[in-house]
Write a protein that binds this ligand. Structure first.
Ligand code: SAM
Length: 475
């Protein structure tokens, strides 16, 4: 029998099924226990987070007044930790060749009608130029798992190509990587290639379901997949991004699992996940989301985001264009700190839209607006779209980043960095309307920098960006 031990390096001990089931039972027994719920909310107000049991009680709670309190606290913590900044990124699909059998993903090996594509280095270059011309500075590269078609050497070549391209004023300054679980040695090579965050979604923390949902291929191995972040950390990658694919399993099981994973990383490596992603299953080539029994509605989705926000205040939260404009608007307020914009989920989709018969996309995109439309929309909602990559480039990763973040210090550089990178975007890529909205916003926001010296330097840099075509300032 496996015993729950968050410090264990064995998947089934740090994500322990019995502990999750006991947690869900405890949450059910206490969902109307207002005394306990109030105590948990008071603890969350200290901004030091909650453990998986406490968060699970809040998730089970249906008391309207308490839920209002939870949402208000999530909004406040979001503001206190992240200000109004929203970090922008785009996915870049390199290859959809895949040997796995994931039943929710159209890249599964048995899908013989999806168009298989793999970018050549020349095509990577063209995609990157297209992304730079939109204004992106931060990418998440995505690939199916296929040791023959997409070996680690191919991924490393692509990263090298991406960082090498300087087109006009464009540059990709941070490449995050979302590829299948791999070895410590390969993680070391990714680290040496200068990646930002290594992202890997657990899909589901429930081992039994996991094995059914991944019937064939290397991804079938639950322990190898679940222990990937430990290997990544051993390989020197200290920013890791976790997530589950909501809809596959019971969402309450997944919330407990994801928080146990965060607790495990913190206990073993001294640093929790850099980001948590909250994707939901989408329609795709031969995938119908309605065939999965555990889909969650928008209300539940928002509740999950709010609870993650207060449970791990220092962990960034990511939402993709899988979600619609209205859902994105709701969850931005409750906790999400990074969003993608202008995304294409097809291989080669940025250079030219894919002909319909050629479908290579991983899933249908709900938010189909251009990056510029998303940037303008964010600013009109009162947010500051940020293209900042400074922390990673200044070596503020892993526990250095977390320590600054936990002390509330990160905002001292984030706010001016966001404004400077937004100014770059406005000068190089925005249309006239967006530029007008953005320039006004920057003017107002500069005034809010408390430190006079920082305010003055930021204003000088912004003037240099506008008048002298200077780029890439950062605190
Ligand atoms: N092949 C790598 C792996 O196994 O982790 C990379 C991941 S894939 C390119 C990115 C993520 O897309 C997957 O981890 C999965 O959660 C998500 N995904 C797959 N099919 C999806 C669908 N139909 N709708 C929404 N997201 C999906």
């Amino acid at each position: 029998m496996c015993v729950y031990d968050k410090k264990s390096l064995k998947a089934e001990e740090f994500i322990n099924d019995e502990e999750i089931k006991a947690t869900l039972k405890y949450a059910d027994e206490n969902k109307d226990n207002t005394e306990l719920i109030d105590k948990i909310i008071e603890k969350a107000k200290l901004r030091k987070g909650l453990d998986h049991r406490e968060a699970s009680v809040l998730l089970a709670c249906e008391n309207e007044d308490r839920l209002k309190e939870i949402y208000a606290l999530a909004e406040q913590i979001k503001k206190d930790f992240y200000g109004d900044r929203i970090v922008m990124f785009a996915p870049l699909y390199l290859s959809n060749y895949c040997v796995n059998g994931c039943v929710y993903c159209p890249y599964h090996a048995k899908n013989k009608h999806i168009c298989r594509k793999k970018l050549t280095q020349e095509e990577v270059k063209n995609e990157v130029i297209a992304l730079q011309d939109m204004g992106h500075k931060r990418l998440a590269i995505e690939s199916g798992e296929d040791p023959v078609n997409n070996p680690i050497e191919y991924i490393l070549d692509c990263i090298k190509t991406i960082y090498s391209i300087k087109h006009k004023n464009g540059a990709i300054r941070r490449v995050n990587v979302n590829i299948a679980a791999t070895t410590v040695e390969n993680y070391r090579r990714l680290k040496e290639a200068g990646i930002g965050t290594y992202i890997l979604f657990q899909e589901t923390y429930n081992k039994e379901s996991y094995e059914l949902l991944h019937p064939t291929g290397p991804k079938h191995n639950y322990a190898y997949h679940t222990e990937a972040m430990d290997r990544a950390m051993q390989g020197g990658i200290d920013d890791v991004g976790i997530g589950v694919l909501f809809g596959l399993e019971l969402y309450r099981y997944e919330l407990a699992g994801i928080l146990m994973h965060a607790e495990h990383l913190e206990a073993v490596h001294g640093v929790g996940p850099h980001t948590i992603s909250v994707p939901r299953i989408k329609r795709a080539d031969d995938i119908d989301p309605d065939t999965f029994d555990n889909g969650i509605d928008d209300e539940t989705f928002a509740k999950i985001v709010a609870i993650i926000r207060i449970a791990v205040p220092y962990t960034g939260m990511i939402i993709s264009t899988r979600e619609s404009k209205s859902v994105r608007e709701k969850v931005l307020r409750l906790g999400v700190s990074q969003i993608s914009g202008g995304s294409r989920t097809s291989v080669g989709g940025y250079v030219e839209p894919e002909p319909e018969q050629d479908n290579s996309a991983q899933f249908d995109v709900s938010d189909q607006r251009s990056l510029d439309e998303v940037v303008k929309w964010l600013m009109e909602l009162g947010y500051i779209p940020s293209f900042c990559t400074a922390c990673y480039r200044e070596g503020r990763t892993g526990d250095r980043f977390m320590t600054l973040c936990k002390n509330g210090q990160i905002q001292n550089c984030c706010h001016p960095n966001a404004l400077m990178t937004l100014k770059e975007y406005l000068m190089d890529y925005a249309d006239e309307d967006t530029k007008a909205v953005g320039d006004k916003l920057i003017e107002q926001e500069l005034e809010k920098i408390p430190n006079e010296k920082v305010r003055k330097i930021a204003a000088e840099h912004i003037a240099d960006i506008a008048e002298n075509n200077k780029r890439d300032f950062r605190f």
